[in-house]
Design a protein around this ligand. Structure first.
Ligand SMILES: *[C@@H]1O[C@H](CO)[C@@H](O)[C@H](O)[C@H]1NC(C)=O
Ligand SMILES: *[C@@H]1O[C@H](CO)[C@@H](O)[C@H](O)[C@H]1NC(C)=O
Ligand SMILES: *[C@@H]1O[C@H](CO)[C@@H](O)[C@H](O)[C@H]1NC(C)=O
Length: 255
């Protein structure tokens, strides 16, 4: 909680800097994230060590990510790296025992864009590594969420961030999201409000969208970045909804 409050202070200072300098277009829309504050975050890499996508630890044996990241991959070619907030960080590395793609995933429409990775061994939890609980209650509009990832978090896109970043972002209803994007948003999706200079970007696919629990609640996972084309240009970002995927996640993992 202390760290979270600390994070809030960082954001405040950061926003003030934007207002003062008037350089919003060029300022990167994320703050540096420390892995101890996002201990469930994992990067999925292809051998030998190339970043592929983000993901989240939901149990000692299970990681959730976007189906588009892994549906054409062999389990032997990917690894899951936990406990590091550096893009090239060594971290704790886990092999993948099996890849499970949502049976109704459509790679063209990117609907039901959810995958589960079963790891070859149990994750060792610690200060910087732990699982996140799955969101259960449907989010109402305007809830404050956090997104973390290695994506550019800047537009125009240049290169990925070498350190994990996070932003605060608000939920919006699927109906509003659909109206702004002028396309159908299914129940398997979840959207966040577009904000100029803030949002998901290239390299964030599979990254976790979370809601902090505060003093008494648990921090929970609500979404997995699915469409990242907006790059903070003010359009909503679209995620795979964890609540939407819940029956399938339960069927595969028992969670
Ligand atoms: C946890 O991560 C921080 C960087 O965020 C690092 O300085 C520290 O050594 C890590 N602790 C452990 C136990 O790995
Ligand atoms: C990661 O990259 C930084 C510079 O970008 C470099 O200083 C550091 O040694 C690299 N770490 C590893 C583990 O390769
Ligand atoms: C997504 O999957 C659910 C079952 O988990 C299914 O009911 C729904 O129709 C699917 N959505 C699309 C757009 O295929």
């Amino acid at each position: 909680m202390k760290m979270y409050l600390f994070g809030g202070v960082v954001i405040f200072v950061f926003n003030l800097a934007i207002v003062k300098s008037g350089l919003e277009q060029r300022i990167i829309g994320g703050s540096t994230a420390e892995i101890r504050n996002f201990p469930f975050y994992v990067s999925i890499r292809t051998y030998p060590n190339n970043y592929l996508c983000g993901g989240a630890i939901i149990d000692r044996y299970w990681v959730v990510t976007a189906a588009q990241c892994v549906y054409s991959k062999y389990r032997n070619n990917i690894l899951v790296v936990a406990g590091t907030d550096a893009l090239n960080g060594t971290g704790d590395r886990y092999g993948v025992y099996s890849i499970h793609i949502h049976p109704l995933f459509n790679p063209n429409a990117r609907t039901n864009d959810t995958a589960l990775l079963k790891l070859t061994r149990s994750v060792t939890f610690g200060k910087n590594i732990s699982s996140i609980a799955l969101g259960k209650d449907v989010l109402s509009d305007g809830k404050t969420l956090e997104l973390c990832g290695f994506g550019a978090f800047a537009y125009p896109f240049t290169s990925m961030s070498s350190n994990l970043k996070y932003i605060e972002i608000k939920s919006i209803s699927n109906a509003q999201c659909s109206a702004v994007l002028n396309r159908q948003i299914h129940n398997s999706n979840l959207c966040t409000k577009g904000k100029s200079g803030k949002g998901a970007c290239v390299g964030d696919v599979g990254s976790p969208l979370i809601k902090r629990g505060g003093f008494f609640g648990k921090t929970k996972l609500y979404g997995i970045v699915s469409w990242d084309s907006s790059c903070g240009q003010g359009r909503p970002d679209v995620y795979s909804s964890i609540i939407g995927a819940r029956p399938w996640i339960k069927e595969i993992t028992g969670l």
